[in-house]
Design a protein around this ligand. Sequence first.
Ligand code: PEP
Length: 249
Amino acid sequence: MRSKIVAGNWKMNKNLTDTETLLAELSAKLPDTNAEVMVSPTYVNLAGATRALENSTIEVIAQNMHFAESGAYTGEISADMLLSIGVNTAIIGHSERRAYFGETDAILAKKVAAALAKNIRIVFCFGEELEDRKSGNHFKVVESQLKNALFSLDSNAWGKIVLAYEPVWAIGTGETASPEQAQEMHAFIRKTITEGYNAEVADEVSILYGGSVKPGNATEIFSKPDVDGGLIGGASLVADDFVAIIKAI
Ligand code: PEP
């Protein structure tokens, strides 16, 4: 059975002290849950976070990783570096990486391959822009993002993939996709995977929704059958809000 997951995308927020404070608060307030809970502090605080959460069920994940093993890539972080500090999962393909750092589907396919080669689990983000939805192209865009980065994988690689559908127009805007819009797209994603692979692969993959999930809307979004949890930005920076979202699942 596929996992329920609530993952926090902290982005470029929280210095060392704030990170320690938030992790301590989350550890203290974490409710009993069957869902996997993940947090992603910035790179410089990842090692400290893995130590701070050593005895916790909260998993520390990275916001990004490079595709190369090592070498002349100033400012980048490799899969081995993550593994060496106990980080086994990385977010790949976030819309901010695509928009501000030029990460194309081809680059993302290389990152996915590099992560899988090291047995790193991937939270793969994708989703349409507002113009795509307005012009009715959202299904096409999502399908091509998915296929270009992931559909050359062997079916057994999908055990290491979590999908995060994040309509760009809903990220950090306060405007959430309606639960019906989320369900419609998640069902489409599952159908696309069934056609490209088979029903078993499609049924087993967790598909998270991301885009202005808050305590006030999480329950309704998570109640949809093809929504297996959330990738949470802003609300993951406030312990009580993140805990409320975990409780909602
Ligand atoms: C995100 O950045 O992945 C995200 C979903 O952000 P927010 O929840 O703030 O919209």
